[in-house]
Design a protein around this ligand. Structure first.
Ligand SMILES: *Cc1c(COP(=O)(O)O)cnc(C)c1O
Length: 220
């Protein structure tokens, strides 16, 4: 067994245990395997083990490896989890199934336009800057619900939920709890939260998907 495969099985088992501990149904948390910086050859064993949902943070990097892998492995679901510039919206809409980083009006409008033009039905998350960090992408938590509503009602985007990356040096629990609260108030079902270091905590606070990279593929 390759390391990645062993790691994948370990992460799956820990998600299952966290679901159980939180009295949540088995299988209620989706694993998004974050394959950024890894080549197709490193990703293939994870695909062969049945994993079909992957996250990438750069449009151009994803374009270089996923079209060929899609041919090999049907049923893939690709998530964009990194910042999106409006001049890359066209490529992002063509390649990804879910865009988790909608955080401003301009990009919402651009994505809506491209999805219509290409006849693609993508799903979206609004990224929330949950710790209100100046350097971090995402909409202010106080504006998130209204922005999500505008994405749906004005731009017609299928917004399913909220995504966040808590501040690196803080206890993530309160940040996850706040994201869950905002989503509930906004009537959004999905919560993308939790990474290699804190995905079990995120499951406890209601994550419906966790984005796990290094715990599967190794250090970058
Ligand atoms: C890289 C990345 C992850 C995965 O991080 P790990 O700590 O390697 O699990 C999750 N979410 C986002 C937005 C990322 O950029």
């Amino acid at each position: 067994m390759t390391d990645a495969l062993e790691n994948l099985n370990n992460v799956r088992a820990r998600i299952a245990a966290a679901e159980k501990a939180a009295h949540r149904p088995a299988g209620s948390v989706q694993l998004v395997a974050v394959s950024k910086t890894f080549e197709a050859d490193a990703i293939r064993p994870v695909l062969q083990a049945g994993q079909r949902v992957f996250g990438e943070n750069r449009v151009q990097e994803a374009q270089g490896k996923w079209p060929a892998l899609r041919q090999e492995f049907p049923g893939l679901e690709l998530h964009l989890i990194g910042p999106l510039q409006s001049n890359k919206a066209k490529e992002a809409v063509a390649l990804f199934d879910v865009i988790e980083t909608v955080d401003r009006e301009k990009i919402a409008a651009e994505l809506a336009k491209e999805a219509a033009r290409q006849g693609r039905r993508l799903r979206f998350y609004v990224q929330v800057n949950i710790g209100q960090e100046p350097q971090k992408a995402g909409i202010d938590p106080r504006e998130a619900a209204a922005f999500a509503a505008r994405c749906r009602d004005v731009h017609g985007l299928a917004v399913e939920g909220l995504m966040c990356i808590p501040p690196a040096d803080e206890n993530p629990g309160p940040h996850f709890a706040l994201l869950a609260k905002i989503a509930a108030e906004a009537g959004l079902q999905k919560l993308s939260m939790g990474m290699s270091g804190d995905y079990e905590t995120a499951v406890h606070f209601g994550a419906t998907s966790v984005r796990v990279g290094s715990a599967i593929f190794g250090t970058r």
